[in-house]
Structure formats: C-alpha cells, structure tokens
Design a protein around this ligand. Sequence first.
Ligand code: KG4
Ligand code: ZN
Length: 349
Amino acid sequence: MIVLGIESSCDETAAAVVADGSLRSNIITPQPDHTAYGGVVPEVASRLHELHIIPVVEQALAAAGTSIHDLTGIAATYGPGLAGALIVGLNFAKGLAQSLSLPFIGIDHMEGHLWANFLQDPPTADSYPYLCLLASGGHTHLWRVDGVGQYTLLGRSLDDAAGEAFDKGARLLGLGYPGGPAIEAVAEKGDPQSVDFPRPMKGSPKCDFSFSGLKTALYHHLRDLSESQQLKRQRHIAAAYQEAIVDSLLDRLQQGVRLTGLSRVCVAGGVSANARLRNRLDDWAASENLSISYPPLEFCTDNAAMIAMAGYVRLQAGDRSSLDLEVKPNLSLADHSRPSQTSQGHAQG
Ligand code: KG4
Ligand code: ZN
C-alpha cells in the first residue's frame, strides 16, 4: 500500500509518502513569514498553504519515485488546528482521493504525532501495550496505547500545554518563537537549580498536567528584577524554567508507569525534541529498567511523515473516512479513540 499523507494544521505545508510501512519521502515547507509577529497568523497561514500545497505534493511524489497513479491511499490531517489552514490540506486530499477513486482517511494530528515513533521501525504485535507522552504546542496528553486506534487517555494538561509553557516563557524572557528551541539553546550554559520554580501537579495521584502556574511564577520572578539583571541571569532563569517543565513531565510519566505497570514508554510531539528532557527521561528509564523511545528529531515537530504513517496503519486496519469529512479545529483524540477493554489506569474524557 502506497499512502500520500498531507499535513497543514498550522504553519507547515507538508506531504510525505509511506510505502508498505516505510517512509519514502518527507517534504516540509515552513512559513517563516510569521516570525515577525511572534506567533502564527491564521490568515497568513491559509494563504501560504494555498501557494505551497501543489509544489509540496509534487516534490513528495518525485522524491519517493512515485507517480500519482501508483498511490493506493490518501491521508490528511482534519484537526485539531487552525480551521483555514486545515481546510487547504484536507480539501486538496479529498479532491485527489475522489479524482483517483482512492480510499481516504482523515487523521487526528495528535494521532499522527503518536505514530512518529514508528517511522523507522513499523509496529509489531510486541510493540503494545505502551505508555505515550504527547507533548506539543497545543496539547499535553498521557496515553495508554493497545493497538491501532486503541488509545486510552490517562491524563492531560488542565491548562497550558508543555510547548505552550515553553513558548510563553520564551516571550517573557525576550527570546524568539518557537520558544522551546530558544529556551533550550539559552539554557545550555545555565544553572537549572538557580531558581526554585514550582512543579505543578507533582505527586498528584492522577496523571494530569498543569503549566499555567509555572508561567505565572516566571512572570513574578522577572518582575522583581531590573532589565539588566534579567539579561545577566537569562541563561540561569531559562535553565531553571526548563528544568521545572522537564521535572513535571517526568513526574507525570512516573505516575503513569506506577498506575499501569507498563514498561515501554514513547514520547512524541515538538517538546520531545528537547535534549534536557531526553537526558532526564533516559536516566530514569535506565534506573527503572524501562524501554523508552523518541522519534528522530525531524519527526518530533510537525511533519507529514507521521500523518502518512498513521494513514497507512489506519487504512491497513480497514478504516476509511467519508469524503464529506469536515475540518475539526477542536478535535480531541479522546473523543474518537477506542479505549482497550484490557486497559488499566485512570481514564479521563
Ligand atoms: O508538535 P509541534 O511541532 O506542533 C504542535 O502540534 O503544536 O510542537 C510545537 C511545540 C512548540 O510549543 C515548541 O516551542 C515546542 O514544540 N518545541 C520544543 C522544542 N522544539 C519544539 N520544546 C522544547 N524543546 C525543544 N527543543
Ligand atoms: Zn504537532
């Protein structure tokens, strides 16, 4: 089966081809035009997707050595994301599927992130069950995964997502967007113990996350410093802030392992690119004899390879979407996944 995947939920126009479970091509056209605004401007994003979608799909097919007529399935993100941005990729994909009479599947962007862990080694029966931390700019979720489409939500952020905490923290620190890589770079030479930021939800019996109090603590800390003190201490504050986010994610994962007894852990989404997070999680996994994996760096942030892979496994499993599928900007994976009968732990809706 040769699947074309299309992703346009935010500010990346992306297309990729997965053939028989192997990634054949992965093209991303980012939209640097938003940098000056310090965030993504929805109207600008939609217009740029319109400009980029055809060349990006053509490049993905050419790089895969595939003709449009070799395709046997089409997948596209239908939510969550910016409505005007999603419409461009979804309608293009549906039009292509209809004109070529191909099966079509709409993919939840967060389910795509989940499948990024299998872009190098396709899943086998032994891959399940496992615990998956999805930490992106819009969502922070802890899942138990029992198979294709069988996901049980164990916990989610009650307010900001982990990536959002990085982005908002970076803005307060006067760093660029996206905030995660900006904070990570500055924090490299800083002392993570220099400020005692709170670890929201630490020790909670559930697996939920919370990051908005941390952002407020950073705001108060900076407010008490002069501009020159802020600049002088920037790397230490950034390192301590990053450490608080990492500690919170680690604590919630530890609780997930305690509740489920699972020994396999995957981490995905933009925040999984963070080197400090990976180091801390690797040390924990080694000390607890757990297996832990992350997508290669290029597949942590938004891409179409993960959408093509999710589309491939869903189409292989016999799942199909109707061509009247509409974009769902507030789509929640918890609302359309099938919790496993055997799943343990505290599931939430
Ligand atoms: O998954 P993603 O590319 O897009 C969404 O689905 O939201 O995640 C983007 C988020 C942003 O908040 C960004 O600051 C964060 O991931 N991020 C990082 C790193 N790279 C991206 N956070 C921490 N460290 C990084 N290296
Ligand atoms: Zn994403």
